[in-house]
Design a binder for this molecule. Structure first.
Ligand code: PLP
Length: 347
């Protein structure tokens, strides 16, 4: 059982497991179901699109880590859609950072605006949100932001009249407890640190607001934005190592931050696996990626393997052509630093 006063590793190891039962595994295997035998009155356990015991166990784990009720979704984007689409309508106002995760911007401009919602894009800073909050329905913040890696003041924004949603993907519930800080909903892509092996796409939302939770739950069932039980089971199986993975990735990120020359403008929000630095051109950045032996060129972050990409290649972020978004993995620190410095020096 996990208790509130325990450390991170203890909490993730035991999250969502309940008391051990004689002869039973610590984590029950995935339950594969569509139609169940279901007798008498209707209920949410009757069909696999509305409920599944494997989801419930993982949701209990996420709930204990976030300090609210949690719902697991087929992806981070499914959680984003379920948080916004059922609650915003004509006349509502959404404030979001103009460097929000690109999918969030597409939901805002291609779906919410078309549904009569006013969308205000602002820089990713506390002051910009405060300035735009007047008359707003929902403030959507991503902190740390990505790839800008700026932080906003969650308690200050939570004290304003609009409801506050925090995309806490980069932080994980081990580094940021957005609900404790006053946020109404925390949304996260579990495809990143939470699962950590670059082999799953999954997401979740957590809240203490039972009405919002209910809206998201019915959206999930009706839109069919549901994960497969096996993916959720793998996610739960990956959770116990979250704290140790994160600690090693952070040690590697900090070592790189110290080793990188200041001329490359290295940036790091102080926690998590993601840092950025900027080479003089797109070509220099691509050459660095090609030369490194340990760092795979890949989008996404939070995996056990170090990876990096030239972020401007997507055309979705206002960043210099040579900006590298780097995700520190859990390789040995000396090997990783040597590899990265070697790949930089060879240029
Ligand atoms: C990856 C990501 C998402 C989307 O999650 P998926 O699991 O890829 O759908 C949303 N927000 C942030 C900050 C992300 O990094």
């Amino acid at each position: 059982m996990s208790g509130a006063g325990q450390g991170d590793s203890t909490r993730v190891v035991h999250a969502g497991l309940g008391d051990p039962a004689h002869g039973a595994p610590f984590l029950a295997g995935p339950v594969f179901q569509a139609a169940n035998h279901w007798v008498g009155d209707a209920g949410p356990g009757g069909y696999g699109r509305t409920g599944n015991p494997t989801w419930s166990a993982y949701e209990d784990a996420l709930a204990s880590l976030e300090g609210g009720d949690a719902l697991v979704f087929a992806s981070g984007m499914a959680a984003v859609a379920a948080t916004l689409l059922p609650v915003l309508g004509p006349g509502d106002v959404l404030v979001a950072p103009h460097d929000a995760y690109p999918g969030v911007r597409v939901i805002a401009t291609e779906h919410l605006e078309r549904a009569g919602v006013e969308v205000r894009f602002v820089p990713s800073s506390t002051d910009a949100f405060v300035a735009a909050a007047d008359g707003a329905t929902v403030l959507w913040v991503e902190t740390p932001s990505n790839p800008g890696l700026t932080l906003v003041d969650i308690p200050r924004l939570a004290a304003l009249p609009p409801r506050l949603v925090v995309d806490g993907t980069l932080a994980t519930p081990l580094r940021q407890r957005a609900l404790d800080d006053g946020a109404d909903v925390v949304v996260s892509s579990a495809s990143k640190h939470l699962t950590g092996h670059s082999d799953l796409v999954l997401g979740y939302a957590a809240t203490r607001d039972t009405e919002w939770l209910g809206a998201m739950r019915s959206w999930r069932a009706i839109a069919g934005a549901i994960p497969g039980p096996f993916e959720v089971w793998l996610a739960h199986r990956s959770l116990p190592t979250l704290a140790v993975r994160l600690e090693r990735a952070e040690a590697n990120a900090r070592a790189l931050l110290e080793a990188l020359p200041a001329s490359l403008d290295p940036r790091y929000p102080g926690f998590g696996s993601v840092l950025t630095f900027t080479l003089e051109s797109a070509d220099a950045a691509q050459a660095f990626l090609a030369r490194s032996a340990l760092v795979a060129e890949a989008t996404s972050f939070g995996g056990v393997h170090s990876s990096a990409e030239r972020r401007e290649r997507w055309g979705t972020d206002d960043v210099p052509p040579g900006l590298i978004r780097f995700s520190a993995g859990i390789e040995d620190t000396t090997d990783l630093v040597e590899d990265v410095l070697g790949a930089l020096a060879a240029g």
